[in-house]
Design a protein around this ligand. Sequence first.
Ligand code: 4AD
Ligand code: MG
Length: 440
Amino acid sequence: MTIQRLPADAPPLATVARIGDFVGQTVTLRGWLYNLRSSGKIAFPQLRDGTGVIQCVAGRKDLGDEAFEALIRLGQESSLVLRGEVRADPRAPGGYELKVSGLDILHAAVDYPIGPKEHGPDFLHNHRHLWLRSRRQQAIMHIRHLSVMAIRRYFDERGYLLLDSPIFTPNACEGTSTLFETEYFGRPAYLTQSGQLYQEAGATAFGKTYCFGPTFRAEKSGTRRHLTEFWMVEPEIAFADLEDIMDIAEDFLVFCTQFVLEHGRPWLVELERDLSKLEAVQKPFPRISYDDACVQLAALGEPVDPDDDFGSPHETVLTQQYDRPIMVYGYPTAVKAFYMKENPEKPSRVLGVDVLAPEGYGEVIGGGQREDSLDVLLHKIQEHKLPQEYFEWFLDLRRYGTVPHGGFGMGLERFVTWVCGIPHIRETIPFPRTITRLTP
Ligand code: 4AD
Ligand code: MG
């Protein structure tokens, strides 16, 4: 059987997503059996073709006994080709129905493991390769795709050069506690935690660049917000200070949420997302210093040690107070990465910012202004006990034409979790990797 071409006498090939273009015509649809109800004389198969699900009507009289009997015996996810007339029917889910006049069965599936009954998350994740066929997972994957489109469009249309950062690296970027080590021709190498350091080379070479790829962190705790493999987009901009970075992060997040809202409405509706919460994501985002946030948190009954970082409960409580993302800047120097620039007026605080999503979702973006002085950076590398020899190239960026610069990283899956309004990050990536999961 040819894959794309149909026999010369077959009706034209349609898809469920574009079925409205074929009303009144006889078409061919190819897909998988999503569901089937039948009586002795009439069957209502639902066909899933990857672009959507359509209700079909098949009469014993129209198909003949043999084909009708074969159809009603098919199990869920059997693959088949249906031919029939497209009818507009406001009562049908989706607004259209296929009146089946002929069918070919490609494969009769038996005992598909994911039924309409409730399954536990472990069972579903063990069957992730099949679970991706379910409506909710399809909606989430579409939102993920739209988010990637929005992210790329934002930077591509604003003069950022895409400059891919490497995945194998000789050193840590975000602290040594979450490094994945691997063997690289007899010496150690690490899977990248962030492409930032290479983007700093990019920004001084091209003005502004971004990378967007997989990053890895050996997160030893299984939380609703952490994956061990996740995708991060990281812009880096020369001649920028913290204020500029906050302006860009804010503009970027408004663009991405509104793009997904505009193009992904049916998927968000499928996920029962409260769209008004996304519509509210507009400028300006409140900008709150870390120290002020601590005061607020204490008043909310969730005190923080002023020299410690926020934990998830702090972010949850704080973001529940706002209808849009907030930008918390000026975190304690002691808890942040070596490359962050200290606030010259208050060295115990860095010129870094986290953007926290509302509704309790918390951090989606981390970034800020980078240390641009060679001497200070050298000192920081020593202080953090990092191997200076692996950072010589990075120090060169301060030796030759150093300028104030900065950038940020947004975790794609954190963004998608929030936009979809779902409780757990692991459903936002096709095949999640967590501390307990490496398969499928
Ligand atoms: O805040 P982070 O650690 O910042 C950096 O890596 C910087 N080097 C980025 C930069 O300035 N270029 O991570 C950035 C973002 C977080 O805000 C979060 O969205 C996401 O990456 N992230 C994770 N997402 C999923 N699972 C994890 N384990 C994550 N760790 C960070
Ligand atoms: Mg962070």
